[in-house]
Design a protein around this ligand. Sequence first.
Ligand code: PMP
Length: 449
Amino acid sequence: MAKKAARPRIGAKGAAAWYWKRYTELYPKYFWADDTKLADIVVASAKGSLLYDVEGREYIDLTSQWATNNLGNVHPEVLEATKDALERYGFLILFMNPHLPMIDLGEKLLEIRPSKNLTRVFLELSGTGAAEGAVKHAIEASGRPLILSFMGQYHGLSIGATAFGSLAARMRRNWEAFSGGAVHAPYPMTYRKPEAMTDEAFGEWCLGFIEDQILRHVAYPDRIGGVIFEPVALEAGVWIPPRNFVRGLRKLADAHGWFFIADEVEAGLGRTGKMWGIEHFGVAPDLMSIGKALGGGLMPLGAVLGDERAMGTHDVIAGTTFGGHPAACVAATVSIDVMRRDRIPERAARLGSKALKRVKEWEDLPIVGDTRGLGLAIGVEIVSDKASKARDNETARAVFFECVRHGVIPLYDYEMNVLRIQPPLTIEGPLLEKALDVMETALRKQGPA
Ligand code: PMP
């Protein structure tokens, strides 16, 4: 048998290539192939908004790990509390042995709820589990079999979440048959609205599509248990729906007795400049899924907040062994305290509006079709032709890798012509500026000569 090449020491020259190659040998193609999403680096350590590869190279993390490390990576106070909780509680299953940390977290979540009608908390392990948990409560409590959801929205990759979420046809490929309970409506992605329409008119048009088309031709309103949507849709490339669309959707839900479900897994916990994305629209959800940053960037945790109708009346069989892990509950409780004490959502709003002002200037570049953002969620859409708005995945990918070569990792995944800027909300101002400098240089380099 051929002798296995020796593993290089961390920090040694050539380590980066060796570890990357090993990664591609050990993990499925989907994890690493160029046409999926990854920068070709293997991380050896991380702190705050910085990542270090196996050769010691430094990278500015504009992803915050898909908006998970909102407090930066390895927040010291969250770390201390989590370590202490692991020592004190180890692991307990909440269904068998309810524990103190879940009581503390339940109360803490109610303190920051966007509306007083949310009175109960369900705990899960992930954002997917939270989105599915919210849908389960809506279907079971309403006794209706269908869920209304939106095209271009992401709720997770489980078979259930891909049935009602439809960010990408590629994700649903081979699983289409499981979508029997989901009805998909258009979401107002305003950049490609019909020329003559304002954003508000397009929002109205999307609502009208539900009323005039879906409810008349596809699904009777009293068969729909709830409507799930992202108040600010991030995975699809940062879309901020017009206010009238969200408010109109709330009215439609009221009119037909649908649970109004906000998926706040990515937009929640300060990302958009308020604690919750839905708070930008002045309406209250009946159910709300939370995840990602909830575990303080250290522990996996998902949660659903629900009203009495959703969670106080019916037995809903949902949950998983590790959901509501005691140490994750402690990490969440402490990170919510830190977020409020340090006014993190306000910081995201301040840093984000300054960054967006600069990013907006990039619209003068020939390859930048649109820029948009709310708080520290900013999208830069790359097109090959501004008139037709044709998506240019190849150029976006080239910009992405150019940034990586210069020590900056933008968020770049399923919407492959959009580069996103979603750093930790604690990122230092000058560090963010430095990252934007690198992105701007990379964008300019890709323009026509
Ligand atoms: N909902 C939304 C809005 C998300 O952005 C995501 C993750 N990107 C999920 C659900 C799924 O969360 P997870 O990957 O933690 O399961």
